[in-house]
Design a protein around this ligand. Structure first.
Ligand code: NAI
Ligand code: A1CAB
Length: 267
């Protein structure tokens, strides 16, 4: 059977995201011997890969070049990649904000470019990953769908501008949820519950509720109404969220700020 994995993968930047993706693919059968990681300070470097602390002109032509650096570093790193043969390479960029045109301009010798926007749940194989590329052939598209489907779910966007919104929604989104869990625990602690127990209950509640919402045919908004007995405790809390649409407005403002920052990072 033909492998779905690229024959040779060059990873530039193996931090939170790059490292988590590699570990996910190794668990699915990617051979570490086919992977070269360039990173001066990688995070939990997976065993068996070839590791370089800087880009070396001796790196052989990769099939995939995975960019896992911060967007602000592309300007420094791209010139160092000028000496690498990328004539066969599909560049796969997770850089927030940086558009395909910018990637092509930075790496004009690459065969093709594609963008992905995963999230931190790649580390447990439960990311939702947005894919975007223009003018990519069917084999490359199928390869991206396979590799990112292994790390959760993967879905194509048809309009590149939507990448900013996906970044603000599902790329940054885990942080919003983590902060909400934290705030719930702190609220109960503030009202007198032991901190560790409040944190445990908040976490367990969010986990169960997320799974319930995932399995349910009803919308999250409808499920919330089912929790809220008329005149009961939940309604009292939801009334606080709903006063002047406070929760919707706060979340909309936060997501808009993230999307705006994504646009800025691409400039
Ligand atoms: N953290 C997240 O949840 C998400 C991050 N992203 C994107 O992923 C990218 C990486 O983010 P993180 O993994 O969180 O950052 P990180 O800071 O954990 O990883 C970046 C890695 O780049 C390495 N690095 C620095 N200079 C380098 C160089 N000259 N050559 C090679 N490697 C170098 C660092 O040592 C580090 O290991 C960013 O572009 C971000 O926009 C996308 C979706 C989610
Ligand atoms: O905060 C960031 O810029 C990156 C992109 C999405 C999640 N983390």
């Amino acid at each position: 059977m033909l492998s779905v994995f690229p024959q040779s993968l060059l990873v530039i930047g193996s931090g939170n995201m790059g490292g988590a993706m590699l570990r996910g693919w190794f668990a699915q059968g990617l051979d570490p011997a086919t992977v070269t990681v360039v990173d001066p300070a990688p995070r939990d470097l997976p065993a068996g890969v070839r590791h370089l602390t800087e880009i070396d002109p001796g790196i052989s032509a990769p099939d995939w070049l995975l960019l896992g650096i911060k967007p602000q570093m592309l300007g420094d790193v791209a010139p160092q990649l000028a000496g690498i043969d990328l004539s066969r390479a599909l560049v796969v960029s997770m850089l927030a904000g940086v558009e395909c045109a910018g990637l092509r301009a930075a790496l004009p010798h690459a065969r093709a470019v594609a963008r992905i926007m995963p999230n931190m749940a790649v580390s447990i194989g439960q990311s939702v990953t947005a894919l975007y590329a223009d003018g990519l052939d069917d084999d490359d598209r199928a390869g991206l769908e396979s590799l990112f489907g292994m790390l959760g779910t993967a879905e194509w966007l048809v309009d590149e501008a939507q990448m900013h919104l996906v970044t603000a929604l599902s790329g940054s989104g885990p942080a919003y949820l983590f902060r909400f869990i934290d705030a719930l625990g702190k609220a109960a602690e503030g009202l007198g519950m032991p901190a560790d127990q409040a944190a445990r209950f908040a976490m367990a509640m969010v986990r169960g509720s997320a799974e319930l919402a995932h399995r349910s045919d009803e919308s999250p908004a409808a499920l919330a109404e089912r929790v809220a007995s008329p005149g009961g405790t939940t309604r009292a809390a939801l009334n606080v969220f709903d006063a002047d649409a406070a929760l919707d407005r706060l979340v909309a403002e936060a997501v808009a700020a993230a999307a705006k920052r994504s646009v800025e990072l691409g400039q």
